[in-house]
Design a protein around this ligand. Structure first.
Ligand code: SAM
Length: 297
């Protein structure tokens, strides 16, 4: 999450600071630099930290850590998939670490999980270094990986999806196109009736603009546009907002009992997601609700 990235992070005196915002920084103690590479798109840095385990940074911005990845990945995938109830064709845009794919593929109802990631190196690297959470993805025949720009894919594809999850980097560099009205319109056009779009929309305490703008864009085409929340320790500032858009408003207000039935039937084991957490995630603290309403105005 960033409002201004310095894309050349460096480890100094055994610490590396995330180039997160202009005026604050989350700094990690570095037990070990495990990997550092200039990829097609990014300066990729993997370090070992005593609290977070493996920490992946792209252009100085934390993407995923082995300790808290489950929060983000479970909430970004299980919430829309359980709410939908019958997702067969699912798309992830971005998601190079493949943690989102791992959670989504736990749903046996999914026939095909397509992932469009811009940088092959992030996938290759994550396959090697994050196998503790993504190993199952690479042996699952339903996993369909496309290397390319997600915005271009959405503009050109003739396929339709029941759920689209945008697991992007921040709205700077290659990720910026994934926050535009045009991209969301292409997503809209490639959802099946009643399909659901979810997006990573920043930490509203610091980056309210991200969710305001996303909801503003969503509301130009979707009948129901909103957000839900999760608290991810790595993404400092409290709650992260996850954008939510669908033409089927009932998906957002689905009854707890129905979620419990779907969750129990799935047999999926989770560490953060529960049907109660799912329902509660749509109860927005006032300042986040205000941001969503600003987007809808
Ligand atoms: N949860 C993470 C976060 O926001 O901190 C995001 C993790 S995931 C690693 C983000 C992925 O989006 C990266 O692998 C990056 O290469 C990919 N990405 C960025 N822009 C993209 C684009 N235009 N099309 C497809 N993938 C893109």
């Amino acid at each position: 999450m960033s409002d201004q990235a310095n894309n050349n992070p460096s480890v100094q005196n055994g610490w590396v600071g995330e180039t997160l915002h202009n005026d604050i920084s989350f700094t990690f103690k570095v037990d070990k630099v495990l990997y550092e590479q200039k990829t097609e798109e990014w300066h990729l840095l993997l370090i070992e930290n005593p609290q977070f385990g493996k920490v992946l940074m792209l252009d100085g911005i934390t993407q995923v850590t082995s300790r808290d990845e489950f929060v983000y990945h479970e909430m970004m995938s299980h919430v829309p998939i359980f709410a939908h109830g019958n997702a067969r064709e699912v798309l992830i845009v971005g998601g190079g670490d493949c943690g989102m794919a791992e959670e989504a593929l736990k749903h046996k109802s999914i026939n095909r999980l397509t992932q469009v990631e811009i940088d092959q190196s992030v996938v290759d690297f994550s396959k090697e270094h994050f196998s503790d959470f993504n190993a199952a993805v690479f042996i699952d025949p339903r996993f369909d990986l496309i290397i390319g720009d997600g915005a271009q894919f959405m503009a050109e594809t003739d396929r339709k999806f029941d759920v689209i999850m945008v697991d992007s980097t921040d709205p700077i560099g290659p990720g910026a196109v994934l926050f535009t009205e045009e991209f969301y319109r292409h997503c809209y056009n490639h959802l099946t009736p009643g399909g659901i779009l979810v997006t990573q929309s920043g930490v509203p305490f610091f980056q309210a603009d991200e969710i305001i703008t996303s909801v503003k864009h969503f509301s130009k085409m979707f009948k129901d546009a909103s957000a839900y929340i999760a608290a991810i320790p790595t993404y400092i500032g409290g709650h992260m907002a996850l954008g939510w858009a669908s033409d089927e408003a009932g998906h957002r207000t689905i009854a707890l009992q129905e979620l419990e039935t779907r969750f129990a039937a799935s047999g999926i084991q989770t560490r953060y997601y529960t049907p109660e957490v799912h329902r509660a995630a749509f109860a927005l603290p006032k300042f986040i609700k205000d941001a969503v309403e600003q987007g809808l105005a």
